[in-house]
Design a protein around this ligand. Structure first.
Ligand SMILES: *Cc1c(COP(=O)(O)O)cnc(C)c1O
Length: 342
C-alpha cells in the first residue's frame, strides 16, 4: 500500500501518484456488471481490443476538494456523467448509466479518502474515469464489451508560481479535430491529434496552442485541453463551434459571470477580435482559468497583446477566485454544483 505520510501536499505536480484503489465496471452480455474495487494499477487487454486499434477510448476529468470543515466536495460530477455518455454515443461505445457512474465516482473518492489533500495545501484529488472498448475485432466495428475504470490521484495547484498569464500560439497547419468530427467529445484520439502542434509551441516558448476552427481557419476554437474565453465591455465571450469540447468549467464560469453582472455571449469569435479584447484566458478543470498574456499568430507574425502589463485581468481573477471558492466550500454553492460527501 502506498504511503501518504511523506507527500508534500502543497507542492504536488499535475501528475500521477499511486493511491490505494481504483474502481472498475464492465459491460458484457448486454449489461453493466457490479462495481469492482481493485488495488492493481494494471489492466489485462486482448491484443485485438477495439480501444487499441480503432480508438474506442474516452475519458473524463474532475476534482474533489477538502473544505475548511474537513468535508470532501466533488465538483459537478453529474455534468461529467452526462458528458461521458455523449462521448460514448459519439464513438459507438456503450454509455454508462449516470447513477452507476456517480456511484463509482463517490466510491473511488471514499476509498482513497486519505489522498484528498488538506484544505490549506491548495491541492485537490483529480478523478480520472476512462472507458475503453475491449472486444477483439479485426474488422472495423464497435466493440460489444466495454470497461470503465476510475482512478484518482492527488494533484497540486496549477499555478505553482502564482496566477500569471502565459503566451499561446496559433498555427494554421494543425487541427485538433475535424469540422464534423470528434472534437465535441472527450475521445483519446483528439489529444494525440493535438500533440505535434503543442510540442512545437512549447519548443517555441508558448504554453499552449490556440486552435482555429478546422473548416475556415477564421474563428477561435479552443486550446488543446482547455476552452477559451475573452472579456470585453463587461461581456464574457466564448466561442461556439461544433469542434469544441463543452467544458464544465466554462459552463460554470459563464454562470458566475452572469452572477457578477456580466453579459455572456457564446458565438463564433474571429481571431482578429483579439485586437481589442481586454482579457483572455483558457479554462478547464486542471487550471480553472489560466490567463493569456498574448496570442501569437505564427503564420503571419501578428501578435495580439492582451495583458499589456503582464498581469492577469481583474475579471479573470475574480472569476477564478469565485469558482475555486465554490469548489472548496468557501463560498455558498447557490447553484447546487457541489456534491458534499458526509
Ligand atoms: C477536458 C477538456 C476541456 C475542459 O473541460 P472541463 O470540463 O472544464 O475540465 C476543454 N477542452 C478539451 C478539449 C478538453 O478535453
Amino acid at each position: 500500500m502506498a504511503n501518504n505520510e511523506n507527500i508534500d501536499w502543497s507542492h504536488l505536480p499535475f501528475g500521477y501518484i499511486k493511491t490505494d484503489y481504483n474502481v472498475r465496471c464492465t459491460f458484457k452480455d448486454g449489461k453493466w456488471g457490479e462495481i469492482e474495487v481493485s488495488d492493481s494499477e494494471q489492466i489485462s487487454l486482448h491484443i485485438a481490443a477495439t480501444c487499441l486499434h480503432y480508438g474506442q477510448a474516452i475519458f473524463e476529468g474532475m476534482k474533489a476538494f477538502r473544505g475548511r470543515d474537513g468535508k470532501i466536495r466533488i465538483f459537478r460530477p453529474d455534468e461529467n456523467a452526462q458528458r461521458i455518455q455523449r462521448s460514448a454515443r459519439g464513438v459507438m461505445m456503450e454509455p454508462i448509466p449516470a447513477e452507476k457512474f456517480l456511484e463509482m465516482v463517490e466510491k473511488v473518492v471514499r476509498l482513497n479518502e486519505r489522498f484528498v489533500p488538506p484544505y490549506e495545501s491548495g491541492s485537490s484529488l483529480y478523478i480520472r474515469p476512462v472507458e475503453v472498448g475491449i472486444t477483439p475485432r479485426v474488422g472495423v466495428r464497435p466493440a460489444n464489451e466495454y470497461t470503465l475504470i476510475i482512478f484518482v490521484t492527488p494533484v497540486g495547484p496549477y499555478f505553482k508560481d502564482g496566477f500569471k498569464p502565459t503566451k499561446v500560439a496559433v498555427y494554421r497547419e494543425y487541427d485538433r479535430a475535424a469540422p464534423c468530427g470528434t472534437g465535441r467529445w472527450k475521445v483519446g484520439g483528439n489529444y494525440a491529434g493535438g500533440l505535434a502542434a503543442t510540442e512545437r509551441a512549447h519548443a517555441a516558448g508558448y504554453s499552449a496552442v490556440l486552435f482555429l476552427d478546422p473548416k475556415e481557419k477564421k474563428y477561435i476554437d479552443e486550446c488543446g485541453p482547455a476552452n477559451f474565453f475573452a472579456i470585453k465591455d463587461n461581456t464574457y465571450i466564448t466561442p461556439k463551434s461544433n469542434s469544441i469540447l463543452p467544458s464544465v468549467t466554462n459552463k460554470s464560469l459563464q454562470q458566475i459571470a452572469k452572477d457578477m453582472g456580466l453579459a455572456v455571449e457564446c458565438r463564433p469569435m474571429l481571431l482578429e477580435e483579439l485586437a481589442d479584447v481586454e482579457e483572455a484566458a483558457e479554462c478547464g478543470t486542471a487550471a480553472v482559468a489560466a490567463p493569456i498574456s498574448e496570442v501569437a499568430d505564427m503564420d503571419n507574425g501578428i501578435v495580439y497583446k492582451i495583458a499589456k502589463d503582464g498581469k492577469p485581468g481583474p475579471v479573470t481573477t475574480q472569476l477564478y477566485h469565485h469558482l475555486l471558492a465554490i469548489q472548496k466550500g468557501d463560498e455558498p454553492d447557490k447553484h447546487g454544483w457541489v456534491k458534499v460527501l458526509d
